[in-house]
Design a protein around this ligand. Structure first.
Ligand code: GDP
Length: 297
């Protein structure tokens, strides 16, 4: 289960406070040490943990007294608030173009879930926005990726623009966009190639696609199972491409929390969706407060 270890540890810390009438500075110091350990063990980025702890400690020691809450409930509330803040506070909607089509470019490392998420997103837009999307198959290095997108297209009854694996992806995107204009598709979702790690050639290609397509959204798809590495990779993509949002995938697995809790702080970019399974309907809008509640169990 996602966040299991983190939830357990945090709850243990909080339960040790239960029944205490008033928290001493010593109590708070002990609690913060435990929370810090729990976050580091969940693979949250070190700097993120440091500033989080500082923030919580200041609030816990501060004059902020809520008559209706016991001291331990207060600490839980402060941690809850600060976890929510760490993940962005509010849900952030997808950007929409003033004129159709809205262009969404999916980027990320190989295996993160780009193609699957492209499908999920199309389904989400069709259901919530009566969208008529078009997919563009821009991953020309893996024939399997094109086939996968076509299969998803068939399942959803969404057209896929592809030119196989021989053409320059920038040219494919150009022709795909022309088709979208002609057929009046209101959304275009561009699937792009990934690699096992960031490399210059891939980044150059993605930059050229961005330049040509001028996407309204560049969504970095992050595998939450990779922990804080996901945040580091996201920052690398952001530096080169100025991403507009993040989709965190595989939150149905036993992810520890490092990606969810680090990525917003490290990149400054909002998490917009979460993937919670392999099926096309397993995508949800990301709500930081709900995620914080889930972590706190
Ligand atoms: P890409 O290389 O980035 O296009 O990644 P794919 O879309 O091919 O996904 C890689 C693997 O992760 C596939 O087996 C997907 O079914 C799986 N996957 C993607 N998103 C999720 C998710 O949210 N949960 C789970 N459990 N698996 C996912």
């Amino acid at each position: 289960m996602a966040f299991e270890g983190l939830s357990e540890r945090l709850n243990k810390v909080f339960s040790s406070l239960r029944g205490k009438g008033k928290l001493s500075e010593d109590d708070i110091r002990t609690v913060m040490r435990e929370v810090r350990m729990a976050l580091l063990e969940a693979d949250v980025n070190f700097d993120v943990v440091k500033s989080f702890i500082k923030q919580v400690r200041e609030r816990a020691l501060g004059a902020e007294v809520m008559e209706s809450l016991t001291p331990s409930q207060q600490v839980v509330k402060i941690v809850d608030d600060e976890l929510t803040k760490l993940m962005g506070t509010e849900a952030v909607p997808l950007n929409k173009a003033p004129h159709i089509p809205t262009i969404i470019m999916m980027v990320g490392l190989q295996g993160a879930g780009k193609t699957t998420t492209a499908g999920k997103l199309a389904k989400h837009l069709m259901e919530n926005d009566k969208a008529r999307p078009l997919f563009i198959a821009g991953d020309v290095y893996r024939p399997a990726a094109i086939e996968q997108l076509k299969t998803i297209g068939e399942q959803l009854d969404v057209p896929v623009y592809d030119e196989g694996t021989d053409q320059d992806p920038v040219e494919i995107v150009k022709s795909g966009l022309a088709q979208a204009h002609e057929k009046k598709n209101d959304y275009v979702i561009i699937d792009t190639a990934g690699r096992l790690e960031i490399d210059e050639k891939l980044m150059d290609e993605l930059k050229r696609i961005k330049e040509l397509a001028q996407p309204n959204e560049i969504l970095f798809v992050a595998d939450s199972m990779t922990g804080q590495v996901a945040a580091k990779v996201a920052a690398g993509f952001d530096e080169q491409l100025d991403i507009t949002g993040v989709v965190l995938t595989k939150l149905d697995g036993d992810t520890r929390g490092g990606a969810a809790l680090s990525i917003r702080s490290v990149t400054g970019k909002p998490i917009k969706f979460i993937g919670q399974g392999e099926k096309l309907d397993q995508l949800d809008v990301f709500h930081p407060d709900r995620m914080a509640n889930r972590i706190l169990g």
